[in-house]
Ligand binder design. Structure first.
Ligand SMILES: Cc1ncc(COP(=O)(O)O)c(C=O)c1O
Length: 394
């Protein structure tokens, strides 16, 4: 495809890098004493990892965070400088490549420490590692019972010159549920586990536990670095925390499609697979050329909202693999007219949070699952209030 195509005809996800940069600055202001790690895993929650990482750094992000080593290595290969941390490792590495690319690599258990140490020894280099504590998420990380052994062996590997422990860190289970008792319990465990490691001689550059809700609402979780993901994309971590604008955030992704067909239909017409929608009377139907292959949740069949011709519409019948139908109630937009599935909401369009409610999921999943068949078009609405189209950033 021509890299300069700015408005692909079928559908597109417009990514407002101006909004992203403003969100980074706003989040930094929430945690003024802490360094900032921009979390860009999963293709930057569907927004495009490399352009987002570059924009986040432009706006002052000190670190970039990914889940997998492959993501972190891709960022390095694209020329991204500075600190990049990744945290989801499996036996086999790729530790060697991680050391050569100067990544900060999370270690959650003894098998990982042994593998990264062996790779560093073979290369004759020092690996940067961060020890992850399971303070109560019950997912990745080292439980308190196994922590003394991990700390002892990490210090031994450090003394031998194979690793440097650059960080001590953890992750919350329920920071998006204000007042949840696990928040205080995890903070206590984090203080105890980091305190133990420091007492044994670890001197971390950074201690960190705050995700988006921690960054936005729990200053006592900020420590040396905050690690937000979803809030950087202008999405509220949960309905309980209020809309993004309450936190000075603006949604970054707007998902649009052009109608593939508009037709007059009689009453009683079964619409889409299974005929779960039947036209209540003579009407007009619009065909939206996006489906579950593009990440439109099939669970939003009959419920997903969108804006067409200034009016809210709802998915009629089932979302299919490549397309779905809306009942236009007799209105006659032209084929090719724009349908906005979600965006910031300024023009009356739904938000990703609205789609999450419609599909019984979270807004994280709505944006992250937008498929690779939907081109990302990068715009920069910074300062103008309105996005300005720019060529695609490769
Ligand atoms: C380890 C880790 N840190 C930070 C984040 C960012 O979380 P959020 O998107 O809720 O800010 C995630 C995302 O799930 C994560 O897995």
């Amino acid at each position: 495809m021509n890299e300069n195509v700015t408005a692909p005809l079928r559908a597109r996800a417009e990514i407002d890098l101006g909004a992203l940069k403003a969100n980074v600055r706003s989040l930094r202001a929430h945690a003024p004493g802490a360094a900032f790690m921009a979390v860009v895993k999963a293709d930057a929650y569907g927004h495009g990892m490399i352009p987002v990482a570059r924009a986040a750094k432009e706006a002052g992000a000190d670190w970039i965070g990914t889940a997998t080593a492959e993501e972190a290595l891709e960022l390095r290969a694209a020329g991204l400088p500075g600190r990049i941390m990744c945290w989801l490792w499996v036996p086999g590495g790729p530790w060697r490549e991680g050391i050569e690319a100067d990544l900060d690599m999370s270690v959650s258990g003894m098998w990982a420490l042994r593998e990264v140490t062996a790779a560093a020894r073979e290369l004759g280099r020092t690996a940067r590692i961060q020890l992850k504590a399971d303070t109560g998420l019950g997912r990745n990380g080292c439980l308190p019972t196994d922590w003394p052994e991990l700390v002892r062996e990490a210090l031994a590997a450090q003394a031998a010159g194979h690793v440097t422990v650059t960080g001590l860190w953890s992750h919350f289970a329920c920071a998006d549920e204000p007042g949840h008792p696990s928040i205080a319990a995890q903070l206590t465990a984090f203080r105890e586990m980091t305190g133990y490691a420091e007492g044994e001689g670890v001197t971390p550059e950074v201690r960190h536990i705050a995700n988006s809700p921690g960054t936005l609402t729990l200053p006592e979780t900020h420590f040396d670095l905050v690690r937000p993901g979803i809030a950087m994309y202008g999405i509220s971590p949960s309905p309980e925390l209020g809309p993004p604008a309450d936190h000075g955030l603006r949604p970054v992704m707007t998902l649009k499609a052009n109608l593939a067909l508009v037709k007059h239909a009689p009453g009683g017409l079964g619409v889409s697979y299974g005929h779960h929608y039947v036209t209540p009377g003579a009407t007009t139907l619009g065909l939206v050329p996006l489906g579950y292959a593009d990440g439109i949740p099939r669970h939003a069949s009959g419920t997903g909202p969108l804006l067409i011709g200034g009016k809210r519409r709802t998915v009629a019948g089932r979302v299919a693999m490549d397309q779905f139908v809306v009942d236009l109630g007799g209105d006659e937009p032209a084929a090719g007219d724009e349908a906005v599935l979600f965006g910031p909401g300024d023009a009356g369009e739904p938000t990703a949070e609205d789609w999450a409610v419609a599909a019984g999921t979270i807004a994280y999943e709505i944006v992250t699952r937008i498929g690779s068949r939907v081109p990302r078009v990068y715009v920069d609405g910074e300062g103008t209030g309105r996005p300005e189209m720019r060529p695609r950033i490769p």
